[in-house]
Design a protein around this ligand. Sequence first.
Ligand SMILES: [Zn+2]
Length: 288
Amino acid sequence: MSQPSPAPAGTNSSGPKPDIDGHRAMQYVKEIVAMGARPAGSTAHAKLEQYILAKLQGVEVEQDKFTAQTPVGKFPMNNIIAKFPGKKDGIIVIAGHYDTAYPLGKSFVGANDGGSSTALLLALADQLRGQPLEGYSVWLLWTDGEEAFVHWTDTDSVYGTRQLAQKWQQDGTAKKIKALILVDMIGDADLDILKDTYSTPWLSELVYQAASNLGYQSHFYEFKTPMEDDHKPFLKIGVPSIDLIDFTYGYNNVFWHTPEDTTDKLSAQSFTITGDVVLETIRLLNGR
Ligand SMILES: [Zn+2]
């Protein structure tokens, strides 16, 4: 291939073409779920770290390892950051947690809660690698210790992002971040991404515009509620942030944090929708 091909309709050079392979993301989830429960400190968690790193060969990766003090003791944690350099000065962070909830035991495999965010970021890495980005740099962030160890409070939750937000504030990275997009529980076959009222309003609107551009707006913002999640430590230090989460996982969220959170409840289409909306949002951010 020597001749540059023209950009397809609806895209331009300011971002990768929204074309997430939802089936590949589903395959990733199945491989991840097969490892079993993956709480911080577990063997399965360590295996998943290696799995993520192996998929990122050839990409610049930073591991942010630390020890978290939880109500049930100290746990090793590791935020994994894959960096895709762009030409514009500034960073867009796409984040999602890869740990599963510690208190739920071995029967909780977290296909949607933990698995879907891990897999979508891997599918995004497949899209971003090997092509120079004309716009902002994109960093993919697999966060650790999102889940509570006993029950959710401000100090027993989001361990990884609390530590990383503090680090990025101190080293100046936070100032360079144009937007942080968090994905969580986005694999649900019946995809209803809610409107989180903590999220930065202009970024919420931009995501809705991206969804509308792709014809996916019916999957967004039917429900409106404040969500406690990994975006909050970044909001606290002034980084424009949004949480894309489907918190109606089964009727009345009945599959959430139960052994019923299995891959049969997910669909490739939901990965494609969320992933493509993330890529379209990146494109819109680059054009702002
Ligand atoms: Zn959870």
